[in-house]
Design a protein around this ligand. Structure first.
Ligand code: NAD
Ligand code: TYD
Length: 361
């Protein structure tokens, strides 16, 4: 039975990945989820799996070398899937040091502990061990609006925000471990994810929640910045396929082939909410394009991100299966059906869940 150490599994993508892996492999794998439970970590995302015999949650900081080394010492880890990070660009503009600490030092700690646990006396690594570092296309900087240009694995790094600079640094550390020690790893750089369990500071859940409450929908700048939206379950599948079928030491870009301007995204969400809400729902009257409010642009706002996921398609056979129309419908439907989850996020109540669930056990 393969044992996975997943970092940041209580976050948005990590929790979707854990759900995906249990759906796919059932009892054939074991997952240890290591998460510090920052404001972005929410164990309510994992209610469905917390009682499984093959799932363990450990609250730890990826910067804490002793805690991480202990997990490796006590468990024969076969796979590391490293999601844990500070992930929000706006926060990185106000608190860059935290991003350096978590994203750079945290990744260095994970690499160091995995290397020590997996290394043979002759400097080679134990058979079959693999580390996957989850990163972002934001490391490549910004594209112009020329629709024939894309990010490729060979695009030079040119990050702009403290967030993307810290992720670029973490990628370079993983590359250094691969080049120096032949450390068995892969890097994936993906585009903007959307789907269930995303913390409502990010564009899509923020717009859904604000619209339902008749609150303003803040659009940065002219609203024409472009992101390439990837359905989170497609991403989870891509990560697993890269780790099992990709070539070691390689980077794979994972993109949604789904470029949209922010303003288009907002209008699509409003349209979808109107379609899905029954007429008698009092929130329906709140849904209006009048809520759209143009606000001061984000500092250093990257204009366009877009991935051509050719390498992962050719080598691994992955492609983004969910088109945006279906994905956004599923997403809006999920938030409508999980209003309580959203309410707990907004009120901070989800942090009580850890206390009730784990501290008082
Ligand atoms: P998230 O902010 O939703 O979750 C991050 C998780 O990491 C949280 O559960 C948090 O508690 C945990 N964490 C933070 N600091 C920690 C620490 N020091 N020790 C242990 N755990 C810690 O982020 P996400 O959107 O799920 O992103 C996951 C990964 O994917 C990140 O590495 C991010 O850079 C990358 N990524 C995200 C997107 C996206 O669109 N969300 C796009 C590209 C890449
Ligand atoms: P975000 O979800 O923060 O992801 P990222 O910055 O990593 O791409 O933002 C997506 C886009 O939406 C980005 O161009 C910034 C913009 N945006 C707004 O216009 N208003 C908002 O309130 C937020 C959170 C983002």
């Amino acid at each position: 039975m393969r044992t996975y150490l997943v970092t940041g599994g209580a976050g948005f993508i990590g929790s979707n990945y854990i759900h995906y892996m249990f759906r796919k492999y059932g009892d054939q794998i074991r997952i240890i989820n290591v998460d510090k439970l920052t404001y972005a970590g929410n164990l309510e995302n994992l209610k469905d799996v917390e009682n499984r015999d093959n799932y363990t949650f450990i609250r730890a900081d990826i910067c804490d070398g002793d805690a991480i080394a202990k997990i490796f010492a006590e468990n024969d880890i076969d796979r590391v899937v490293h999601f844990a990070a500070e992930s929000h660009v706006d926060r990185s503009i106000y608190e860059p040091e935290l991003f350096v600490k978590t994203n750079v030092l945290g990744t260095a700690t994970m690499l160091n502990c995995a290397k020590k646990a997996w290394e043979n006396p002759d400097g080679t690594f134990k058979e079959g061990k693999k580390f996957l570092h989850v990163s972002t296309d934001e490391v490549y900087g910004s594209l112009t609006e020329d629709p024939t240009t894309f990010f490729y694995e060979t695009t030079p790094y040119a990050p702009h925000s403290p967030y993307s600079a810290s992720k670029a640094s973490s990628d370079l550390l993983v590359k250094a471990y691969m080049d120096t020690y032949k450390f068995p790893a892969n890097i994936t750089n993906c585009s903007n994810n959307y789907g269930p369990y995303q913390f409502p500071e990010k564009l899509i859940p923020l717009v859904i929640n604000n619209a339902l409450h008749g609150k303003e929908l803040p659009v940065y700048g002219d609203g024409k910045n472009i992101r390439d939206w990837l359905f989170v379950e497609d991403h989870a599948k891509g990560i697993d396929m890269v780790q099992e079928q990709g070539r070691l030491f390689e980077t794979y870009n994972i993109g949604g082939h789904n470029e949209r301007q922010n303003i288009q995204i907002i209008k699509t969400i409003l349209k979808t909410l109107k379609e899905l809400l029954p007429d008698e729902d009092p929130r329906k009257k709140n849904i209006s394009e009048d809520l759209i409010t143009y606000v001061t642009d984000r500092k250093g706002h990257d204009r366009r991100y877009a991935i051509a996921p050719d390498k992962i398609k050719k080598e691994v056979g992955w492609y983004p299966e969910t088109n945006f129309e279906d994905g956004i419908k599923k997403t809006v439907k999920w938030y409508l059906e999980n209003q309580e989850w959203m309410d707990h996020c907004i009120s901070g109540d989800y942090q009580k869940y850890y206390k009730d669930m784990y501290e008082n056990r």
